[in-house]
Design a protein around this ligand. Structure first.
Ligand SMILES: NC(=O)c1ccc[n+]([C@@H]2O[C@H](COP(=O)([O-])OP(=O)(O)OC[C@H]3O[C@@H](n4cnc5c(N)ncnc54)[C@H](OP(=O)(O)O)[C@@H]3O)[C@@H](O)[C@H]2O)c1
Length: 367
């Protein structure tokens, strides 16, 4: 793990991909770290989140947020440590998250534009758990279910990419909310995980099953809710088996992210009319504007975790230099849990002011 206070490595987007986003579309540059100005904060990256959305940021056309311009650093959601601060809201040593980039060090304007905030979570949780349980992962599953699908106990819920980061959380929260959960995943091993570890009632391998028939067999009364991160043919299969008034929370469309020219859309979208069903796209951070619901989500997930009702998996690769090749795992289905790159060492965690860490954790590293 190479990081030196004087050097900042940054992955710069040089070319737009046509198909897969690979290292040849980016350059790993090395720059000196300049001085920070009044109001600014210097953050050392500890973890960078690898997300399917990187492929969206690399395209010419904007997606749910603007694309990364050519010559710009690849955008990413990071956790890091404040190394230097000229901003009264952030102190040296604070552990923060924010929308920064694939880089060793980020300079925050400290004005909220990068959503930088001090990490506030139960100190018994490992730092990296933040990326699986909360932020754009756990909270995407939570709000897709609670706010968009709003299931009744006994409803049948389908989750795609069910062994993945968002999907595994959606399966488990769906069970907590009393649903019968059908998970869809891309291998028998992942299906076993979805059933045995995450608690789905049924898991279907979409690569080997006739998906529509398998769904019909698993949900004879139809599907009431679907939390979808895949789109394309998987969405098409679920549209065939909707119950009346079904709700679909569209979190993502990964099957088509590499297909800018002609993304595949389901031909049977009119089934929404037949079934008086609803489909709604959303992005987890949208829900932050409701501070009450946002705080409740954090409390609920924390409680469920400590009650043993939620588990998470992390897939942590080492070294910023490996970011583009690690990203491929998301598109080939090779990731095993929430995919992260560890860029530098975790800091030793200090208890919040006026509090002490639980026994056994005081002064320890967090994981
Ligand atoms: N709306 C939001 O706020 C929000 C937030 C975070 C993520 N997302 C979206 O949620 C989805 C999942 O993201 P994640 O971070 O949780 O990733 P993930 O599920 O941990 O990893 C991606 C998984 O997608 C599956 N996949 C990849 N290509 C596929 C294809 N062509 N057909 C079917 N499945 C495919 C693979 O699983 P299999 O081996 O099972 O195929 C892969 O492991 C993405 O669409 C992402 O953009 C949305």
């Amino acid at each position: 793990m190479v990081t030196g206070r004087d050097v900042n490595r940054r992955w710069i987007l040089r070319r737009r991909p046509n198909g897969e986003l690979r290292s040849e579309h980016l350059d790993l540059t090395t720059e000196p770290i300049g001085e920070i100005n009044s109001g600014q904060v210097l953050v050392r990256t500890v973890y960078t989140s690898l997300d399917p959305a990187h492929r969206l940021y690399a395209r010419e056309k904007d997606s749910y947020i603007p694309s990364v311009p050519l010559g710009g650093v690849m955008r990413s959601f990071n956790m890091g440590v404040v190394e230097e601060s000229q901003n009264a809201d952030f102190a040296t040593g604070d552990i923060v998250t924010g929308v920064f980039g694939w880089e060793d060090y980020s300079v925050s304007a400290g004005d909220g534009s990068d959503y930088m905030s001090v990490v506030d979570m139960d100190p018994r949780l490992p730092l990296a758990a933040r990326f699986a349980l909360f932020e754009h992962i756990g909270l995407a599953a939570y709000f897709g279910l609670v706010k968009i699908i709003d299931p009744r106990p006994g409803d049948t819920l389908v989750v795609s990419a069910a062994a993945g980061a968002v999907g595994s959380m959606a399966v488990q929260i769906g069970k907590i909310l009393g649903c019968r959960v059908i998970g869809i995943a891309g291998s028998d091993a992942k299906c076993a995980l979805v059933r045995d570890e995450f608690g789905a009632d049924v898991a279907i391998n979409y690569r080997t099953a006739d998906l529509t028939s398998a769904l019909r067999a698993a949900a004879p009364d139809g599907v009431n809710g679907f939390i979808d991160g895949v789109g394309g043919e998987i969405l098409e299969a679920v549209l065939e088996v909707l119950a009346m008034n079904a709700r679909i929370a569209m979190a993502g469309f990964i099957s088509q992210y590499e297909n800018d020219a002609q993304p595949y859309g389901p031909g049977n979208i009119y089934n929404l009319i037949n079934q008086r069903a609803r489909i709604e796209g959303y992005s987890a951070p949208d829900f932050a504007s409701d501070s009450h619901a946002w705080a409740k989500a954090h409390r609920d997930i924390t409680d469920w975790y400590f009650q043993g009702r939620i588990k998470y998996r992390l897939d942590v690769d080492q070294g910023l230099e490996n970011a583009p090749q690690s990203l491929r795992k998301l598109f080939s289905g090779k990731n095993e849990g929430k995919l992260l790159i560890q860029v530098s060492e975790e800091p030793i965690r200090q208890p919040p002011r006026g509090e002490s860490l639980p026994p056994g954790l005081s002064g320890d590293r967090s994981r």
